[in-house]
Each structure stands twice: as structure tokens, then as C-alpha cells.
Design a protein around this ligand. Structure first.
Ligand code: ADP
Ligand code: NA
Length: 344
């Protein structure tokens, strides 16, 4: 059977939160650690994607370093996984241009990300020039760059959250369009959708935990101290009903805390079973158990992060350059085939 090639990316937009970790990053580490050497693993800090919204250069520079340090801190190993900055491998942008000559405008206009980023209604049309006056080409064509990221490495599997399903579908469609015109260059990648690991906001538990939430107490960052974690969980919105029960519809706050416990529980218990065990504990003790559990699991990551970010100048850059070298070599093989198929 065909070799598995796994690709995924993360934007440099600040220290990841618990939702990013449980929904995406921890899955990357699992895919790496369970591999017996038969799969290729490629993970990118997709800094070109970050440019689709306004960025301040010094802030972006800092975030790029921080996220790279996070990837190492969570346990991605540059000996087993290729870790690199997207902007260090020009083939990503080059393939994007080539794919944009076959990508469907109609398909892109129906996608949701540009609308949600500009807070436009889902049914807005490109003909509505009033609504789209702030729409930049890069934000609109973002899915084409994402398709190029995946296809330039001829990835077969893409671990992503549920929200990214439509981007994988677009990638498959664009790969097929290209193959149909120029020959079978790209495999159609499959999404590896992680099974419902959605972590909700600590302050408004009907919404997912997100870095764009204005209230920083709504999320736990991977670098939060034990004290921060306890403080934020203590202030999490719950309710005043007696007894602990798992009931996401009627008790979203408490249920979110139990789900977080469940994500860290290795015994295979369901959320209902976990809640039953804690049934007669007070809300205060539940919160203390949850905070202690999160802290215990994030402590090593946090300590490694501060160790890595504090290393001598040039350390991270060296690791990233070695990753970029591998990624360039891999991408250049694809680009050779692409150029030849196109007559370039
Ligand atoms: P944010 O919503 O904070 O801006 P991103 O959109 O950058 O996060 O998401 C990066 C990755 O983390 C994606 O794969 C996404 O599915 C996952 N993710 C983001 N928020 C959550 C959450 N609250 N729970 C689970 N996974 C999440
Ligand atoms: Na998001």
C-alpha cells in the first residue's frame, strides 16, 4: 500500500490554548509517537496564512518563534517529524499560483471562512460590492494556499478539526481538477478528523474556547502557570445546582469541565461515569480536581517551552532551517513533476 504522508499546519497567532492542544496538537504528537517509521510526518508553522489578516511585523516575528517552541515542547521530535516555517519553502507559494489557475471561483465564493472573518452573512454574494469592499484577494484565496500546502507534499492524510472539513474537500476537488487536465500528479488527501474534542469557553460554555474571545479568562494557554490554571478554572462559569452531573444541554459549564477531565483520562471512562464518581463533590472541589489535572498534564510542556525559548540565540532557527531543508527537498520533487506536466 501507498506510504502515508501526513501534513498539518498551525498559524503563528499566539500561544495555543487548551482547545488547540486537545483538538489538534496532541493528535499530531500521537500520530508521530505511534508511527513505526513507515509514515512521513510534516508539520508547518503557516506564517503566510497569518498575513491574510493585518499583522504587526515585530509581533509576528515573536509569535513565529513562540509557536515553533510550542511544537517542540509538546513532543514533536525534529528527528521524526519535519517541522518548518511555510515561508521558508517557496514551493508552497509557487504551487498556490499554479493551482489558482484551475481553482474554481464559484467554489471559493461559497466557502465560509472569508465571510466569518469579515463578519458577513453566509449567503453574501461576491456581487455585493458594498459587503465585499474589505475583502482582500489573499483572504478569499486562502483555501488555495492551504491546498498547495497539502498537495506540494503529496500528503495522503491531513489531521484537522471538524471546522476544516470543507477545506480538505476543496483540496480534493482542486487536486482532481489539476489531475484531470495535466495527469495524475496529486493523490486526493483524506482528512483525519479528530473525534469531537471540542473544548468550550470557560466563560460562555456554549461557544468554543477561542483565541479571538475578548476575555482572556475564557481560555487556558499552554504556558499558563499552575496558579493561572487554578484561578481560571475557579472563575469558570458553572451553575448552582446541587450534585455533579454530565448534562451538556442543561449544564454546559459543568459538562465542559467534565469533558476536559475526560480528555485527560486514560482509563476509558465516559463523561457520565466520571460525573457519577464525582456526584456528591462540591463545585469547588470539582474545579480543584479539574485544575490539578490540567496542571499535571501541561506542566512538562510548559517547562520544556520555557527551556527551549530561553536557549541561546540561533537554536530555534537552526532546527527550523533543518526542517525547511527537508521540506524543500520533498516539495521540489512534486514541483518537478508539476512543471514538467505544465510545460514549464
Ligand atoms: P482559534 O479558534 O482559537 O482561532 P484556530 O482556528 O487557529 O483556533 O484552530 C487551530 C486548530 O485548533 C484547528 O485544528 C481547530 O480545529 C482546533 N481548535 C480550535 N479551537 C478549538 C476548541 N475550542 N476545541 C477543540 N479544537 C479547537
Ligand atoms: Na478559528
Amino acid at each position: 500500500s501507498q506510504q502515508q504522508i501526513i501534513f498539518s499546519g498551525i498559524q503563528p497567532t499566539g500561544i495555543p490554548h487548551l482547545g488547540n492542544y486537545l483538538g489538534a496538537l496532541r493528535e499530531w504528537v500521537r500520530l508521530q509517537n505511534e508511527s513505526t517509521g513507515d509514515r512521513k510526518l510534516i508539520f508547518s508553522v503557516v506564517d503566510l496564512h497569518a498575513l491574510t489578516v493585518p499583522q504587526e511585523a515585530s509581533q509576528l516575528r515573536q509569535w513565529r518563534r513562540e509557536i515553533f517552541a510550542v511544537l517542540l515542547a509538546i513532543g514533536l521530535d525534529p528527528k521524526r517529524s519535519t517541522l518548518f516555517f511555510q515561508s521558508a519553502v517557496p514551493a508552497h507559494a509557487e504551487l498556490m499560483w499554479i493551482l489558482s489557475t484551475v481553482a474554481s471561483m464559484g467554489y471559493l465564493s461559497r466557502m465560509t471562512q472569508w465571510k466569518s472573518k469579515l463578519q458577513l452573512p453566509e449567503d453574501v454574494s461576491l456581487d455585493d460590492t458594498n459587503a465585499t469592499s474589505k475583502l482582500r484577494l489573499g483572504l478569499f484565496s486562502y483555501p488555495v494556499l492551504q491546498a498547495a500546502d497539502i498537495l506540494v507534499h503529496r500528503a495522503t492524510h491531513v489531521p484537522v478539526g471538524d471546522d476544516q472539513k470543507q477545506h480538505i474537500e476543496f483540496t480534493r476537488y482542486t487536486a482532481n481538477s489539476f489531475n484531470h487536465l495535466f495527469g495524475p500528479i496529486f493523490p486526493a488527501p483524506e482528512g483525519l478528523i479528530s473525534p469531537a474534542k471540542r473544548v468550550m469557553s470557560l466563560k460562555s460554555p456554549l461557544r468554543k474556547m477561542s483565541k479571538s474571545d475578548a476575555d482572556p479568562r475564557s481560555r487556558i494557554l499552554l504556558t499558563d502557570s499552575g496558579e493561572d490554571i487554578h484561578k481560571k478554572i475557579k472563575q469558570a462559569l458553572t451553575d448552582s445546582e446541587p450534585n455533579i452531573t454530565y448534562d451538556p444541554d442543561n449544564r454546559p459549564g459543568v459538562s465542559n469541565l467534565i469533558e476536559i477531565l475526560g480528555h485527560f483520562d486514560s482509563s476509558g471512562k465516559t463523561c457520565t461515569e466520571l460525573a457519577d464518581e464525582l456526584r456528591s463533590t462540591s463545585m469547588k472541589s470539582l474545579k480543584s480536581v479539574v485544575a490539578t489535572t490540567i496542571d499535571a498534564h501541561l506542566r512538562d510542556i510548559r517547562e520544556r517551552y520555557f527551556e527551549i525559548i530561553g536557549k541561546e540565540a540561533g537554536y530555534l532557527e537552526g532546527v527550523a532551517e533543518e526542517g525547511a531543508r527537508q521540506a524543500r527537498a520533498n516539495a521540489d520533487i512534486t514541483m518537478g513533476a508539476v512543471r514538467s506536466a505544465l510545460g514549464l
